[in-house]
Write a protein that binds this ligand. Structure first.
Ligand code: 3PG
Length: 209
């Protein structure tokens, strides 16, 4: 149940969303869903992130909401308690992974090296976030990992855009990409939900190889 393979199949793009004001949480989620993107990785980077997570989980049932930027076991517990339907970490430590695996919800651990991929694979997970995708080596690097380790499916995130997404999505070991470009801070703060719906619509239209 901890494997996040099904999470990677919801949308070609997982929006990485940071919300400072919980009042924005539900409109942002609805704007994404209106554009055809029914998944959110809500980052725990603001003091009110758990409140935003709770609101989306209870008020927007047609969207799968997960918590991102999980760095500690305590954050994983708090996110699960707030209704997170999956957990995403930018990297992994043995202690954090052990803890997240006990929570019985899908876990998408961040990896950036072959050794990290192998360590997560040893724990029985085949779905991973490749982070930070651009700086860590981009599509060529992921394609190279696919030769010795073809069974892993990645969600490359970090420096990915609408323009660069296709170069990842065409790879056999990429199920979706992640990125913050669907919810620009200026659009969120000016309540420009139409812009977010347009960006989501474009992202939802990307094809996967
Ligand atoms: C993340 O946490 O996944 C990243 O901050 C998203 O990276 P991006 O802003 O380059 O899309």
């Amino acid at each position: 149940m901890a494997d996040a393979t099904s999470v990677l199949h919801v949308s070609p793009v997982i929006p990485v969303v940071t919300i400072a004001d919980p009042q924005h949480a539900v409109p942002v989620a609805r704007a994404l869903a209106d554009g055809g993107v029914r998944i959110i990785e809500l980052t725990l980077r603001t003091g009110s992130a758990l409140e935003s997570l709770k609101r989306i989980a209870t008020e927007v049932p047609d969207i799968l909401v997960g918590a991102g930027t999980i760095l500690t076991p305590a954050q994983a517990d708090a996110a699960a308690g707030a209704g997170a339907q999956f957990l995403v970490s930018p990297g992994v430590t043995p202690a954090l992974l052990d803890h997240m695996l006990r929570l019985n919800i899908p876990v998408l651990p961040g990896v950036a090296t072959v050794g990290e991929v192998m360590a997560v694979l040893e724990r029985g997970l085949t779905a991973m976030k490749f982070f930070p995708a651009g700086p860590a080596g981009g599509p060529d690097y992921l394609a190279a990992i696919g030769a010795p380790i073809p069974q892993v499916r990645f969600c490359p995130t970090g420096g990915v855009s609408l323009d660069s997404a296709p170069s990842y999505l065409k790879l056999a070991n990429v199920s979706c990409v992640g990125g913050s470009w669907l919810t620009p801070r200026a659009a969120v703060e000016s309540n420009d939900w139409e812009q977010i719906t347009r960006l989501a619509h474009d992202a939802a239209g990307l094809s996967r190889g």
